[in-house]
Design a protein around this ligand. Structure first.
Ligand code: SAH
Ligand code: TYD
Length: 400
């Protein structure tokens, strides 16, 4: 981002495309890349060292659906209501979303009669939103497309993105697009996994092909400055294991809130960007790999039945890094129809519908979607009643 020197601190090995599920009998070569992460010595931005071409990840059949979690659906409705009450409360507001997926947020705008537009390159998820009356451009957000929209629809009061800005290696393209499309007093609001939470919880599986950057208040402030913007608000959000919502405005247009200074001070006090902190994180990740492998091997030797729950993108990193395949985890239950019947990238573990969880219940379930623990544990009361135990690996390997 700033051309400073990037120092590697974590190598998660050769990894496949995290959401490239395949037919069980497909023996063709899989794309692999080295999943290594480093930090810029100048601006402290944490980023991957290898870049996977975006069109390999965000394809027509990209399977992730925002609405697969009811908690996330509620969360996004709350975000939409909040924006409608505040930054979109003026006359004839216009909301643009980058990475609008199946359209939870934009549907709320549409219901409120608010002008809106989504940028969503993954064809099938974009179609789901469009079928519900949401306006979507099926393409990657960038400077040219942003200009076109500004010419036709005018400037946006809010440009919002969840779990998408961190996916785009070319931050310059994002900021130039925002510059072209945002109204003079508009805000660019985005939320992404927070480096502070990832490091503190040893949630190294938050790092996979799509999560190219791991943001902190410090690195976002630097990025904003570099492109003529200012970080004017931050808010920690307790979803997906810990995220931060950043609000940016054009430089000098808004007074930064006290929350910005206090999160920056907190990062400083915790030495979040110190090389020793990041080295400690990498060491703990390696410890989780050893303990999880040992635990699953011991369970297999004891004759216990263990299955996985949640075929997440995160689990591609975990399973490939830890070398966990179908011999340790014979299948993974997942509610996403587009993943069922296929096998996981790299590790080739079959994905089955959640109904198979109870036929019969296993002795242990590795909760790969640990960020949705509350929702999933509440949804599967019969598992515990049958004596089953949930196994998690964040922040450490333990039984729930
Ligand atoms: N915002 C949703 C979806 C996150 S997944 C949520 O938080 O649940 C990331 C989404 O961003 C995918 O749907 C992907 O297709 C889309 N995406 C990736 N790169 C993009 C880009 N450059 N412009 C617009 N959308 C992009
Ligand atoms: P998620 O953790 O949201 O994201 P990522 O893939 O980016 O790591 O993925 C959640 C996965 O878990 C998704 O494939 C749907 C599945 N899931 C269930 O099977 N049941 C549930 O109750 C929930 C909430 C999710």
């Amino acid at each position: 981002m700033c051309s400073g020197p990037v120092e590697e601190f974590l190598d998660l090995g050769l990894q496949p495309i995290s959401q490239q599920y395949r037919e069980p009998d497909d023996t063709s070569d899989e794309f692999r890349f080295r999943l290594a992460v480093g930090q810029c010595g100048t601006c402290t931005l944490v980023q991957q060292l290898d870049e996977v071409p975006p069109e390999l990840m965000f394809r027509a059949d990209y399977p992730f659906l925002s609405s697969s979690s009811s908690r996330m659906s509620r969360h996004f409705l709350g975000v939409a209501e909040n924006l409608l009450r505040t930054a979109l409360a003026g006359p004839d507001p216009f909301l643009v979303e980058i990475g609008s997926n199946d359209g939870i947020i934009l549907r709320a705008a549409q219901r409120a009669g608010v002008r809106h537009l989504g940028f969503e390159p993954s064809g099938e998820v974009a179609d789901i939103a469009a079928a519900q009356g949401v306006r979507v451009r099926k393409e990657f957000f960038g400077e040219d497309s942003a200009r076109e929209v500004a010419d036709v629809d005018g400037k946006a009061d809010v440009i919002f993105a969840a779990n998408t800005v961190s996916h785009i290696p070319d931050l310059g393209e994002v900021f130039r697009g925002v510059h072209a499309l945002l109204a003079p007093d508009g805000v660019f609001v985005f939320e992404d996994p927070y480096a502070g939470d990832v490091v503190e919880k040893t949630a190294f599986d938050q790092i996979y092909d799509e999560h190219f950057y791991l943001f902190s208040a410090r690195s976002v402030r630097e990025a904003a400055r570099r492109f003529g913007f200012e970080l004017v608000d931050v808010r920690r959000v307790p979803v997906h294991g810990g995220e931060v919502r950043y609000t940016l405005a054009r430089s000098g247009r808004r007074q930064p809130s006290p929350a910005v200074g206090s999160l920056l001070a907190d990062e400083e006090a915790r030495k979040l960007t110190a090389p020793a902190t990041l080295a400690g994180f990498a060491e703990r990740a390696s410890g989780v790999r050893e303990r999880l492998g040992a635990e699953l091997s011991a369970l297999r030797r004891s004759g216990a039945r263990v299955v996985g729950y949640g075929a997440t993108a995160k689990s591609a990193t975990l399973l490939n890094y830890c070398g966990i395949g179908p011999e340790l985890l014979p299948f993974i239950c997942d509610s996403t129809a587009g993943k069922q019947g296929l096998v996981t990238p790299g590790t080739h573990i079959p994905v089955r519908p959640p109904e198979e969880f109870a036929r019969p219940y296993p002795d242990y379930a590795l909760l790969l979607a640990w960020n949705h623990a509350e929702e999933i544990v509440a949804k599967e009361p019969g598992f515990r009643e049958s004596g089953g135990r949930w196994l998690v690996h964040v922040p450490e390997v333990r039984l729930l």
